[in-house]
Design a binder for this molecule. Structure first.
Ligand SMILES: NC(=O)c1ccc[n+]([C@@H]2O[C@H](COP(=O)([O-])OP(=O)(O)OC[C@H]3O[C@@H](n4cnc5c(N)ncnc54)[C@H](O)[C@@H]3O)[C@@H](O)[C@H]2O)c1
Length: 349
């Protein structure tokens, strides 16, 4: 049985070149980069040379090559057609988030993968962050008590740029909320369970492009917990600390910067020692939290190794495809809420 998955990368010039190839595919224990394809010919050749891969001239050529899996890292508006083509060709496919631009597209991608008997994954790599996994462990152990409230923040400065696909509605599918808020929503559903209804605002507060540069969403969860997502394309990078806050009846976990592309940031848990001696009048203890420092994990390597393992172990379907679809369902409800200025129920599936 082979112990290495042979990978192709489509759309190799962006996040693939910066992160997923050098930090994920190349160092992964069970992956090998075979070929790359990018519509930008110069970039295509450069990336191939940089990482010792073969530069191919089209998606068709990629799908005829001797590969097992394709990592689709093209802009959101290309995901649907490319994932369908990969599935048709019998190739496993890991698609960057968001999984297409709409719920319908995501459903069709899942269906195509299922019909073809190939694995489909969504690259929601922030789940793999070791501090997020540590927070999840504490939550599952009940150390936070009843989950009450969470906040996820992911913002950056993204000025108008001619031709930038994230700034055009029919290419990005949305702005800050679709691009970055999706990660926040996905993490919240990992920590708190399923969202049942949402209320959301979007706006163009600073930048005058088609997609929103500002979004806040309030989420209500099936278990009664609540959360907010705040995500902006119009806050300077250095000003946004990308906080994660998780509150329960017995404690909290507060982090800065774990939501993002890095591997280790500051995360502190503030846990009640014992609820039996809990004194509601007690002054809030300051700075005596538990600093959470699990072994750092590179999130890009983790996602590639997990997907490769699933292929090698011949699993039939990857649940990160479901996560990608679920993400689209919650995002669609948020956009609907913003459009209608109403609270929108989120269907279970
Ligand atoms: N998880 C993360 O950390 C993360 C970070 C950034 C981007 N992303 C996701 O990755 C995807 C790409 O984003 P990006 O920032 O790298 O975009 P980008 O525009 O920087 O790069 C996309 C690349 O795809 C190429 N391309 C465009 N159309 C193509 C086509 N039809 N066939 C082949 N190549 C094509 C472009 O030439 C470019 O090199 C998006 O879905 C985005 O949401 C994920």
């Amino acid at each position: 049985m082979p112990n290495t998955v042979r990978w192709a990368v489509v759309g190799s010039g962006g996040i693939a070149r910066r992160r997923t190839i050098p930090e994920g595919i190349i160092p992964a224990d069970n992956a090998e980069l075979v070929c790359v394809y990018d519509v930008d010919r110069k970039v295509n050749v450069e990336v191939a040379r940089e990482f010792g891969a073969e530069p191919l001239g089209s998606l068709d050529e990629v799908l005829k090559a001797d590969i097992d899996a394709v990592y689709v890292a093209t802009p959101a508006y290309v995901h649907h057609e490319q994932v369908l083509a990969c599935a048709d060709a019998g190739k496993h496919v890991l698609c960057e988030k968001p999984l297409g631009m709409t719920v319908e597209q995501a459903r069709e991608m899942l269906q195509a993968a299922q019909n073809a008997g190939v694995l489909l994954g969504t690259a929601l790599m922030m789940r793999f962050h070791s501090q997020h996994q540590e927070a999840l462990r504490l939550i599952r152990e009940g150390r936070l008590g009843t989950l009450v409230y969470a906040r996820t923040q992911l913002s950056c400065w993204y000025p108008p740029i001619t031709g930038a696909w994230r700034q055009e509605s029919d290419k990005g599918g949305g702005g800050a909320l679709m691009d970055m808020g999706g990660h926040c929503i996905d993490l919240l559903e990992m920590f708190l369970g399923r969202v049942s209804r949402v209320s959301c605002f979007i706006n163009n507060t600073v930048h005058d492009y088609q997609t929103e540069d500002s979004a806040t969403a309030m989420l209500f969860f099936e278990n009664g917990a609540m959360a907010t997502v705040d995500t902006f394309f119009c806050i300077p990078d250095a000003s946004s600390k990308n906080v994660l806050e998780l509150y329960g009846s017995r404690g909290s976990i507060i982090a800065k910067g774990t939501i993002g592309q890095g591997t280790a940031e500051r995360m502190t848990a503030y846990l009640e020692q014992d609820n039996s001696d809990y004194d509601a009048q007690q002054a809030r203890r300051s700075d005596n939290g538990l600093v959470l420092e699990p072994e750092p994990v590179n999130t890009y390597r983790a996602e590639i190794e997990q997907f490769s393992r699933a292929i090698l172990e011949r699993k039939t379907f990857a649940d990160s495809a479901q996560l990608g679809l679920r993400n689209q369902i919650v995002l669609a409800a948020c956009y609907e809420s913003a459009r209608t200025a109403t609270v929108i129920p989120v269907p279970a599936a």
